[in-house]
Design a protein around this ligand. Structure first.
Ligand code: SAM
Length: 244
């Protein structure tokens, strides 16, 4: 990721509609698909630590791993108790030591040379009944300026995520697109970027949604029960639950 992106993420992740909506979706998915209390959780590619130190911590003890020191510095500012600097491709963690691995928007990055290798590492560190909750950006044709800032290697379809999980040994329990209701807005934005490209690549997080923040949060949050139960047919991200 562009190093400036960590500062930006840290600044906005507690109040930006996208993070708040994804939190609601993640909570609903966890409540629906991951039943045990007091989980040992690995947040693989934990970024600047908001998820790990806030809502994931309500489900158990969270360990955060990230490759980049800038990310871990921000996690320390949030008093994250268990952190390690490591690549998802080579986790310095014992086999069968976690009940749940979460990995939100990590495996698509250029610094992850093989999603399968990372998924096999997640499989290794999970207990025999462990689960993975995975989120990735959707559709390669939706690449935009934001993808330049976060060094996207590729974007995914539900089928691709399904196949990657199953090939790594997981049984897919649930799969859905999310960020569906705002999809038309995103498509218009991405297409207009192609017609009028900005001079510098710009992260979506740098856009201040202003008065629309509450509206967008409400729209994204309202998808949570549909995404976690019947699943949504298209959207800007793919979210999956897999069982070891
Ligand atoms: C888009 S951020 C997402 C952060 C966080 N999961 C979230 O949802 O806010 C991607 C994160 O993956 C980390 N990352 C990229 N490649 C990695 C690798 N090979 N191993 C571990 N972390 C990696 C980046 O440093 C960054 O913090």
């Amino acid at each position: 990721m562009d190093p400036r992106e960590y500062q930006l993420m840290y600044q906005v992740e507690d109040r930006h509609w996208w993070y708040q909506g994804m939190e609601a979706i993640t909570r609903t998915m966890l409540n629906r698909w991951v039943h045990l209390p007091n989980l040992r959780i690995l947040d693989a590619g934990c970024g600047t630590g908001a998820a790990m130190t806030t809502y994931l911590a309500e489900y158990g003890k969270v360990t955060g791993v990230d490759l980049y020191p800038q990310a871990l510095e921000f996690c320390r500012k949030r008093n994250a108790p268990r952190l390690a600097r490591a690549s998802v491709l080579n986790l310095p963690l014992a086999p069968a030591s976690f009940d749940l691995v979460t990995s939100f928007d990590v495996l698509y990055e250029r610094a992850v040379s093989s999603e399968s290798a990372a998924l096999k590492e997640f499989f290794r560190v999970l207990t025999p009944t462990g689960r993975i909750l995975l989120r990735l950006p959707a559709y390669d044709w939706l690449r935009g300026q934001h993808d330049k800032s976060v060094h996207t290697n590729r974007r995914y379809t539900k089928k691709l995520v399904h196949d990657l999980l199953e090939q790594s040994g997981f049984r897919v329990e649930h799969l859905s697109y999310v960020n569906t209701f705002l999809f038309p807005v995103a498509v218009i934005k991405r297409l207009s970027e192609r017609i009028f490209p900005p001079k510098e690549s710009q992260s979506d997080l740098a856009l201040n949604p202003g008065v629309l923040n509450n509206l967008f949060r409400y729209i994204l949050t309202s998808e949570a029960p549909l995404a976690a139960n019947i699943g949504l047919p298209y959207g800007l991200s793919v979210i999956a639950v897999g069982k070891k």
